[in-house]
Design a protein around this ligand. Structure first.
Ligand SMILES: *[C@@H]1O[C@H](CO)[C@@H](O)[C@H](O)[C@H]1NC(C)=O
Ligand SMILES: *[C@@H]1O[C@H](CO)[C@@H](O)[C@H](O)[C@H]1NC(C)=O
Length: 418
């Protein structure tokens, strides 16, 4: 949020010593004024201000991981994103919010303003809103570029996260962050949740032989892709895998995609430029063609959704009739939801224990839950230990599910085979 990186022009460095001292003093005073302004501007109590170390997540064996969420949306989705952010909030995690070119600058500023108004968000400074924007077509390849950009930014600004999770404004969690962190605590940090198959079926022709052009890669506005009249053969230099576009990637694999000296991630990025729904295949194909990573895949996206019959391009909007099956599914997230649908309110009340406008409840919330009159209070407006979590039955169930998935993968060793 607050950008305090300063660039000192070269010329300054050549000034006389006395001037240098003066310049230093002025800059130092500037910093002092800046930080004291920030502290005065906040509503943190003295004790909370002093406790900076307690706001840095501890890492190590037995400690929960740190998750980094890339949450993206488009025009009119700022409010939805903000609600989703609160629903998946935990002080350990890191969040990067992105509104694409469909949204106006005022909408992005408003989202950044909303983030700044929350005391907890300011105290932990673990949320960033992307200030600039660019066009994205979620059904083409520009969304892969946007996801990689989000991942690169998160690698750069936060050195401590373990997993990268992609969410859209239409997603919502169906477990608390305490549940999810608990389920991931004993998982080897190199695992990647990537739903995948090499059985392309009808997609072979429709997706991979057809050539598309995605104008959102080179125009300012979000535009829909168009299909070229030529077709091309299915590649034989690598094997294509396809699956769910919603992934949970290990830090090591994200680094592979962004920094690797191996040419595969870049080569595939260029190939997928002309593939419709590239987000359903890019990470799948990179990981399954990388011998050093393919054994780290878990063939599951931990998401719950329901297809209409016959299936449309997107799963159907979940409503109250789906509630039981959704909560019992054992998944971590569900999609898609209509803004403020009763099913979301029910999730807030019953699963996330989220006060109206509050964040999802966790063990770190240390405030009183009721006042003397028995009225509910937002326990998360003050905080305690952020290094321990308290899972409920759903969290334990998710941990068992993940343990079973990991065991299945290693026992059958058929990752990237089917
Ligand atoms: C991945 O698993 C296969 C099958 O168990 C094994 O042959 C291969 O050596 C493993 N690769 C790595 C990099 O560990
Ligand atoms: C939920 O959606 C399904 C399918 O769209 C519909 O048949 C059902 O009546 C809806 N239920 C409620 C409670 O709105």
């Amino acid at each position: 949020m607050d950008n305090c990186r300063t660039i000192i022009p070269m010329r300054l460095l050549k000034l006389s010593t006395r001037l240098r001292v003066l310049v230093f003093v002025v800059i130092a005073l500037g910093f002092v004024a800046f930080f004291s302004y920030n502290l005065e501007g906040s509503v943190l109590s003295k004790k909370e201000k002093l406790d900076i170390t307690s706001r840095i997540p501890m890492k190590g064996p037995g400690k929960p991981p740190i998750l980094s969420y890339w949450i993206s949306g488009s025009e009119g989705e700022g409010k939805k994103i903000f609600r989703l952010l609160k629903a998946v909030y935990h002080p350990r995690n890191r969040y990067l919010l992105h509104l694409d070119a469909g949204s106006r600058a005022s909408e992005r500023n408003e989202l950044a303003r909303l983030v700044r108004t929350e005391k907890v968000f300011r105290a932990f400074s673990n949320i960033e809103v992307m200030g600039s924007s660019y066009a994205v077509d979620r059904t083409a390849s520009s969304v892969v570029a946007a996801t990689l950009h989000g991942a690169a930014v998160m690698l750069k600004i936060w050195k401590d996260w373990d997993w990268f999770i992609t969410l859209s404004a239409s997603d919502y969690p169906i477990v608390t962050q305490d549940d999810l962190l608990h389920a991931f605590t004993s998982l080897p940090r190199d695992r990647n949740f990537i739903d995948h198959t090499s059985d392309l079926g009808w997609k072979e022709f429709e997706r991979f032989d057809k050539i598309i052009v995605d104008p959102s890669l080179y125009m300012d506005k979000n535009l829909k892709y168009f299909v070229a009249s030529e077709t091309r053969p299915t590649p034989d230099a690598f094997r294509i895998f396809t699956g769910s576009p919603w992934v949970i990637l290990s830090r090591a694999f994200v680094e592979q995609c962004i920094y690797s000296l191996d040419n595969l991630p870049r080569k595939l990025l260029m190939y997928f430029t002309n593939v419709a729904y590239a987000a359903e295949s890019y990470f799948q194909t990179v990981i399954c063609n990388s011998p050093e990573f393919q054994n780290t895949t878990i063939n599951n996206d931990l998401r719950y959704f329901v297809w209409d019959n016959p299936p449309a391009l997107e799963p159907h909007f979940l409503n109250l009739s789906d509630y039981r099956a959704m909560v019992d599914s054992g998944a971590a997230f569900a999609r898609r939801f209509v803004e403020d649908d009763p099913i979301i309110r029910k999730l807030d009340n019953e699963v996330l224990k989220r006060m109206p406008n509050g964040v999802s409840y966790g063990k770190w919330c240390s405030g009183p839950t009721r006042d003397q009159k028995g009225n509910k209070l937002d326990a998360c407006s003050t905080w305690g230990d952020i290094n321990s979590v308290k899972p409920r039955a759903t969290g334990k169930k998710l941990r068992r599910l993940i343990a079973r998935l990991v065991w299945d993968e290693t026992a059958r060793s058929n990752q990237c085979k089917v």
